[in-house]
Design a protein around this ligand. Structure first.
Ligand code: MN
Length: 494
């Protein structure tokens, strides 16, 4: 890939200053890696460009992309980090150093320890600068794409690590595209037999599906146009293989039961037009009962938004249709990166302006990383127990619940009203006397569910939490706050 090709991958072009920076990083890395080759026989520099290209496609700024181009220079060439700092400044040197540190993984102890160690490093890097982790994800993606060139034991270790560490992180960041591809690539190495099986089943059915999806797209386009809604894009999307495998397993490997092998995706301008479009779709094709999912008013745990419906399409065949806005689409593909861009500008114009001018990532947008950082400082974070519970807090499936004011709070699955209360504020937690879920009184160990409206009752007189809460709280955050408050109040906690 040439520099020109790399730069052209961005929807909104880089400005002069950004282009200049990326160009310098490109030439610098190319020279530094000049004599090196990858195991695949390719020039080493190809890897740097491929890693950067993923981030360019995500719309990231020139600092991130330049750092990606330089990410293997200090580790794999004679050029020291100091030189990078001199040429490109502190910010880029800091990010490159972060990526280099992440690469050094301890390889002793059990596999579980190894993954925990990896996760721990990722978290610390995230807290320092999230761009480090984005580069690491892009780096892993290219390493997985070229994994065939490595010996088998390495393939197995890297593929497993991808599933255990990188897939959950991509998922938590909501970067659907990377998550899906990483999973498919790892699946291929970890379970070759089933991978081949799925591929065979898929290829036999795929052409048929694409044929009648095309026909449905044509019909739908016409119907939506009649109602004066602007269709920004309408296309078919193929299901990722690993996800397909998990679904097939549930249905005795019967592909006729999988309605979303190829789904139709419709992009329209506004939330209102999403619902209107859903109505139009249902007028044309009869929906299946119980298959309409409104992830706009109730987003999925990782923030995914869309309307999904399954309908009897052309020839009476069943197809899934997904309706969303451009913003929801970008957020589903690029996750956290898109979120930053949008959170800075309230309008599409602002957004385009920001993209054109590059942007820095405001760390305060990443509430959960901040929270983790704070918690890490408070508890010291030395033990493996700490990291294990951290894994539960942040990587367990998350649910969304509402405060009485309608604010959305995300909690791990199986959290209780006490976890919710501490999430609001530790004082609210300490003073909690009771809780209502969806306006009904519940016990404090109640398991909250996605979409619940939670209200906690507090008492001014109450200063200390109850000791028995420790028996059922789910988040390590609430647990540490309860222990801290009890200790302060002179109550011994084992
Ligand atoms: Mn690399």
């Amino acid at each position: 890939m040439t520099l020109k090709e790399l730069l052209s991958l961005r929807k909104v072009p880089y400005n002069e200053k950004q282009t200049e920076r990326i160009t310098r990083a490109f030439e610098f890395a190319k020279k530094a890696h000049a004599s090196q080759k990858r195991k695949s026989g390719e020039k080493y520099f190809t890897h740097c460009v491929e890693t950067a290209s993923t981030l360019v496609k995500m719309g990231l700024g020139s600092i991130t992309v330049s750092s990606a181009l330089l990410h293997d220079v200090p580790e794999d060439t004679d050029v020291p980090l100091k030189q990078i700092e001199k040429e490109f400044g502190q910010e880029i040197a800091f990010i490159v150093a972060g990526v280099t540190k992440l690469g050094k993984v301890r390889l002793k102890g059990s596999l579980e320890e190894y993954y925990l160690d990896n996760l721990r490093k990722m978290f610390l890097a995230m807290a320092a600068d999230i761009r480090v982790v984005l580069i690491k994800l892009a780096d892993r993606l290219h390493n997985m794409r070229t994994l065939y060139a490595l010996p088998e034991d390495k393939q197995q270790r890297i593929a497993k690590e991808t599933m255990e560490v990188f897939v959950p992180i991509a998922n938590r960041f909501g970067i659907g595209e990377i998550k899906g591809e990483l999973e498919d690539l790892a699946f291929k190495y970890l379970d070759r037999k089933n991978y081949e099986k799925v591929k065979k089943i898929e290829s036999e059915e795929f052409k048929n599906r694409v044929r009648y999806i095309k026909c449905a797209i044509k019909e739908l386009k016409k119907e939506i146009k009649k109602e004066n809604i602007k269709v920004l894009d309408i296309h078919g999307r193929a299901k990722h293989q690993y996800r397909l495998y998990l679904k097939l397993r549930k249905y005795d490997m019967d592909i006729s039961k999988i309605y979303d092998l190829v789904a139709i995706r419709i992009l329209v301008p506004t939330v209102a037009s999403c619902y209107e479009t859903l109505g139009i779709v249902h007028k044309k094709y009869k929906p299946l009962i119980g298959r309409i999912k409104d992830y706009i008013s109730l987003p999925r745990p990782n923030g995914y938004k869309s309307l999904h419906t399954t309908v009897f399409g052309p020839e009476g065949k069943i197809i899934e249709i997904q309706i969303r806005t451009q913003r929801m689409h970008d957020e589903a593909e690029y996750g956290i990166a898109a979120h930053w861009i949008y959170s800075q500008g309230s309008t599409w114009k602002d957004f385009l302006f920001l993209r054109r001018n590059g942007y820095n990532i405001p760390k305060e947008e990443l509430q959960w990383v901040e929270q983790m950082k704070q918690w890490h400082t408070e508890t010291g974070g030395r033990s493996d127990e700490f990291w294990r519970s951290l894994k539960i807090d942040f990587f367990k499936n998350h649910i969304f619940v509402f405060t009485p004011k309608g604010d959305v709070i995300d909690l791990p699955e199986s959290a209780t009203p006490i976890d919710f209360a501490y999430r609001i504020h530790s004082e609210v937690g300490n003073r909690t006397t009771g809780a209502k879920v969806n306006r009904k009184m519940v016990s404090l160990d109640y398991t909250v569910r996605n979409g619940d409206l939670i209200e906690v009752m507090v008492s001014k007189e109450k200063k200390l939490p109850n000791r028995d809460w420790l028996n059922f709280v789910k988040t390590a955050y609430a647990r540490s706050k309860i222990k801290g408050a009890l200790k302060k109040g002179g109550i011994t906690v084992v």
